[in-house]
Design a protein around this ligand. Structure first.
Ligand SMILES: Cc1cc2nc3c(=O)[nH]c(=O)nc-3n(C[C@H](O)[C@H](O)[C@H](O)COP(=O)(O)OP(=O)(O)OC[C@H]3O[C@@H](n4cnc5c(N)ncnc54)[C@H](O)[C@@H]3O)c2cc1C
Length: 469
């Protein structure tokens, strides 16, 4: 299927309808919930205010890995070990769902035909924190059953030619997809399961009281038994209170022009790379281009402006690549919750929420979509694992300002922590060199005194990395 046919428009809803399930929002969350509810026998409609995947779902970096927007340790602290492990397992199932969906839509002529998945993701540390690495590896690997590998700094630096990163956690089973083709493929799979999708159909109000609920659009009305709110922070009038629990966050991304041989010399890792502070996220695409995402704002900024900043960010991390020319730049908005976990579950009988999916949306949209559909059709109540993460007001416009300040502060403090780690590493290198010179001088003096050949100074590992894992 050629790229332009992905944008073929679907009709607007212009006639009244009566269905089992009405999903508001045609992003990954809504489409997954719709597809799964239809596969379980419901009559389902998706109402999309603009077009499929126009926002974050069609503009992400396509990295699929387990986890949520909070660290594993915070998750355990919040819900206890057993529930944290169950939540983690759900996120792994979400990643498996994406892989299976790609396989289901891989036939020639379909949006995901021959989509090559690149394997593996590296989570690199910008600071030296070996003890933390070992404990995280133990939690991921031994406690939560995820395939992980610890990489020491020298291995990381062989693969990524920069002194900005120290050790890393390698997730060999994480993978990358083409995000735009995935959302369109998912829409096709949903339709194949019987879902009717209407574009250019914003929902302007809902009445969720009673057994049969009402949904209004500018040109038609709909009655249904279940409503799924999957509109992300764009939901607007039908869910003002819900939207006020999300901090809208625009993330920026850019694609470079082909970089030729110098890219292969600077980066040999073929999967995606994220840093532990969620500042940069990148991977190689089309053989020799860099797809790079960085910078977040709580307002819709101009992607061209952020493209320039991404350009200098690439030069800072990989000086050997500078200057890079940017071919394209864009942004996408996602809603962040105050607690960092997604909002998945039933708000009142027949009214479901599926939003706040944040940066880890590819696995969580799948996890959440499946849970909501099974909750509706089968009474499966595993969505209750997300109940401890309630709807918390995100602070309105003051919250946006605070969110931006926190984001700037965390970028600044991450940069400072990184600089301090690199300073310590250089100081340790200098100290080691001094020690070796001293040893050489002493060995020479001793040899002169005894008339023997001087012994070689001992060699030491200067990687400054975490312990072996
Ligand atoms: C630059 C960038 C890179 C990213 N990279 C990754 C990554 O590599 N891996 C990863 O896991 N995640 C990534 N993400 C996050 C991921 O893309 C999102 O979490 C996910 O797409 C959210 O899906 P969604 O369906 O909730 O939201 P959306 O994609 O925003 O979809 C919601 C839809 O609902 C519609 N809607 C809203 N209100 C209404 C209404 N009233 N009536 C009708 N329709 C309505 C909107 O028009 C929209 O199409 C990235 C995000 C960005 C911005």
């Amino acid at each position: 299927m050629d790229e332009s046919s992905l944008d073929a428009a679907r009709p607007r809803l212009t006639f009244d309808l009566d269905v089992d399930v009405c999903v508001i929002g045609g992003g990954l969350a809504g489409l997954t919930a719709a597809r799964e509810a239809a596969r379980l026998g419901a009559s389902v409609v998706v109402l999309e205010g603009r077009s499929i995947g126009w926002n974050a779902s069609g503009h992400n970096l396509g990295t699929v890995m387990p986890g949520y927007g909070v660290s594993v340790s915070s998750l355990i602290e919040r819900v206890g070990f057993e529930d944290a492990r169950s939540l983690w397992r759900l996120s792994m199932e979400g990643a498996d769902y994406v892989r299976a969906a790609v396989a289901d839509n891989a036939q020639p002529g379909k949006p995901m035909a021959d989509m090559a998945l690149t394997e593996g993701a590296l989570e690199v540390s910008k600071i030296e924190a070996g003890d933390e690495l070992i404990s995280r590896l133990q939690t991921f690997g031994e406690d939560f059953g995820t395939d992980v590998e610890g990489w020491q700094a020298d291995r990381v630096r062989e693969t990524l030619k920069t002194d900005r990163y120290f050790h890393a956690i390698h997730f060999p089973k994480a993978f990358q997809i083409d995000g735009r083709r995935y959302v369109h493929g998912l829409a096709a799979l949903a339709e194949q399961a019987g879902v009717r999708i209407f574009e250019d159909t914003p929902v302007v109000s809902i009445d969720p009281a009673g057994v049969r609920k009402r949904v209004a659009t500018p040109s038609a009305k709909l009655r249904c038994s279940q409503i799924v709110l999957a509109g992300n922070a764009h939901l607007g009038a039908p869910g003002r209170r819900l939207t006020s629990t999300l901090l809208p966050t625009w993330r920026y991304a850019a694609l470079t022009e082909p970089l030729g041989e110098r890219l292969a010399a600077a980066i040999t890792f073929r999967g995606s790379v994220t840093d532990t502070h969620d500042i940069d996220h990148f991977r190689i695409v089309d053989g020799d281009r860099l797809l790079w995402s960085s910078f977040e704002t709580t307002w819709a900024g101009d992607p061209r402006r952020y493209a320039r900043r991404i350009q200098s960010r690439i030069a800072t991390i990989f000086p050997a690549l500078a200057p890079v020319a940017i071919a394209d730049a864009w942004s996408g908005m996602f809603g962040q919750t105050v607690h960092g976990m997604p909002q998945i579950g039933e708000l009142q009988p027949g009214l479901w929420v599926l939003s706040g999916l944040g940066r880890q949306g590819l696995n969580t949209t799948a996890t959440g979509g499946v849970l909501v559909a099974r909750g509706i059709q089968q009474g499966d109540d595993r969505w209750r694992l997300f109940s401890p993460f309630e709807l918390v007001w995100a602070g309105g416009s003051a919250g946006r300002v605070a969110g931006q300040v926190v984001s700037a502060w965390s970028r600044g403090s991450s940069a400072a922590a990184g600089a301090l780690s690199r300073f310590r590493e250089r100081a340790r290198g200098r100290e080691l060199a001094r020690e070796r010179a001293r040893e050489t001088r002493m060995a020479a003096a001793q040899a002169r005194a005894t008339g023997q050949r001087p012994a070689m100074p001992r060699r030491e590992d200067n990687s400054g990395s975490a312990g072996s894992t």
